[in-house]
Design a protein around this ligand. Structure first.
Ligand code: NAD
Ligand code: UGA
Length: 467
């Protein structure tokens, strides 16, 4: 088999950037990215390279170089599958909303449905690649589906993605490692080698690790669990610092300078967000319980419990420290779950705003990249989740105003909660801002990005997490 055409099902935060980078490094391979969402495909074909469905530094520049050359965003799923030798499945795998896995395990509907499409449209042998993050042993299920609905040979490979949003292009260009899990058979090894050859175009050979399929699937869940565990560990000490006079930034630096621990991923925050950490740990907990490993499940579940505690704690701090929170306005700066992305899935801001709304607060919101409609959708959805009726939600939503600049968002407010670490919040002239907020306005810095020295003499009150 010669690989001259590949297809990716799922044009989201993973499918779009990863395929753009493969197309960029492999000019002799045609890459077709398909999606069930036709509007999203149209958006990927937008003339304006700064306005794509996924906002990521550097993504527009890569797309500009390869789109309609060897990278195509298309809705013709049938043709894309038929013509490709290799098919990546990069569909979303959210936490199940119903059934036995409800609230814990991954909902595999999208991955099964995309495998059915592959089976249905494949006339000759294909290599099918799990790019989505999946429960361990999903490849077994995929094999069954492909066999049941298809008429040709399929080799399944696990190749999880480790990019982080906001740095996706950088991460894809210089991955710490690429993991490729395949079957221990002649055809399995051949399939793995095809994928190794693709990555070898830009990733050093020693960084490409070949494993068995189950190790590869588990390595992805384990990596996210380890990263999130670090965050819950450092965040757990912020309340400890506040009670003892220790400073979390000094503690984080001191701990991180131990080479065995390392300094990355130790920035305390109001709680981690994003579409993956919570879902992947819940999934790990669910699988552990299914295997009868309750102690293992309890251990990892604590990472989520600590994160929920941190979000609640920050939100309660806002209520405690705002003067008459029910009659004044609170400004929430940042809706994205981290800087340099337009993604707000599971962002701590959503939880915080919901809690403030339940407590009757009026809220101003500003985020540089997240669309106004997405912010409204997130709030609406989060209120529905706790069983608010449509009529109640309509009333509550009147308490929210969304702005297009920091300055307009903080005008006449009594408190300002910094929820995302955007550079523009850091660089803002806070000294001058004191003139247009309410007297004794408090800034609650959930990211520790504001240099407290800069607001000395302004009468701003300041709460810095863990300090
Ligand atoms: P996403 O929601 O941004 O994109 C998934 C896309 O798949 C959507 O556009 C959806 O319309 C499409 N889709 C779903 N079912 C389909 C079907 N049957 N046919 C065609 N299209 C279909 O999701 P994402 O953030 O790109 O994540 C995808 C997977 O990658 C998840 O398993 C996630 O855990 C994993 N992952 C995500 C990241 C990240 O940073 N977002 C990083 C590493 C791994
Ligand atoms: C994370 C992992 O870092 C990726 O390796 C993985 O591929 C991805 O999940 C996934 O599977 O989806 P991502 O969620 O995009 O990437 O972003 P992170 O940089 O990990 O940040 C996650 C959350 O933790 C954000 O809310 C961020 O603000 C927060 N965070 C991160 C902190 O609070 N402190 C830190 O020191 C680092």
């Amino acid at each position: 088999m010669k690989i001259n055409s590949i297809c990716c099902i799922g044009a989201g935060y993973v499918g779009g950037p990863t395929m753009a980078v493969i197309a960029y490094h492999c000019p002799n391979i045609t890459v077709n990215v398909v999606d069930a969402n036709i509007d999203k495909i149209k958006h990927w074909n937008n003339k304006d390279f700064n306005d794509l469905p996924v906002k990521e530094p550097g993504l527009g520049d890569i797309i500009k170089k390869v789109r309609n050359k060897n990278l195509h965003f298309t809705s013709d799923i049938k043709k894309a599958i038929e013509n490709s030798q290799m098919i990546f499945l990069a569909v979303n795998t959210p936490t199940a909303k119903s059934g036995p896995a409800k609230g814990m395990g991954a909902d595999l509907t999208n991955i099964i449905n995309s495998a059915k499409l592959v089976a249905q449209y494949s006339k000759d042998p294909k290599i099918v690649i799990e790019k989505s993050t999946l429960p361990v042993r999903t490849a077994e299920k995929l094999k069954e589906v492909l066999k049941k609905y298809g008429n040709t040979d399929f080799q399944i490979i696990s190749n999880p993605e480790f990019l982080a949003e906001g740095t996706a292009i950088k991460d894809l260009f210089k991955s710490d490692r690429v993991i490729i899990g395949g079957e221990d058979s002649v055809l399995g090894k051949k399939a793995v080698n095809h994928l190794v050859r693709i990555y070898s175009k830009w990733i050093p050979k020693e960084k490409i690790i070949v494993t068995n399929i189950w190790s590869s699937e588990l390595s992805k869940l384990a990596s996210n669990a380890f990263l999130a565990q670090r965050l819950s560990s450092i965040n757990s000490l912020t309340s400890f610092c506040e009670k003892t006079g220790a400073d979390i930034l000094e503690v984080s630096k001191a701990v991180g300078m131990d080479k065995r621990i390392g300094g990355d991923f130790l920035s305390p925050s109001l709680g981690f967000g994003g579409s993956c950490f919570q879902k992947d740990i819940l999934n790990l907990v669910y699988i552990s319980r299914s295997l009868g490993l309750d102690e293992v499940a309890d251990y990892w579940e604590q990472v989520i419990i600590m994160n929920d505690y941190q979000k609640k704690r920050f939100s309660n701090r806002i209520l405690e420290l705002t003067k008459s929170p029910e009659t004044s306005t609170i400004s929430v700066l940042g809706w994205a779950f981290k800087k340099n992305t337009n993604d707000s899935r599971e962002s701590a801001s959503i939880y915080i705003v919901r809690n403030l709304l339940i407590n009757n607060c009026k809220i101003n919101i500003y985020d540089p990249w997240v669309d106004v409609d997405k912010i409204k959708y997130d709030i609406n959805y989060s209120l529905k989740q706790i069983r608010f009726k449509k009529s109640e939600i309509e009333i509550i939503l009147k308490k929210i105003k969304i702005f297009n600049s920091i300055k307009s968002c903080i005008k006449n407010v009594s408190s300002i909660a910094i929820c995302t670490e955007w550079d523009e919040f850091k660089e803002f002239d806070w000294k001058a801002a004191y003139k247009y907020v309410e007297p004794e306005c408090i800034i609650l810095d959930g990211r520790n990005i504001i240099d407290t020295k800069k607001i000395v003499g302004t009468n701003f009150r300041m709460y810095s997490l863990g300090r």
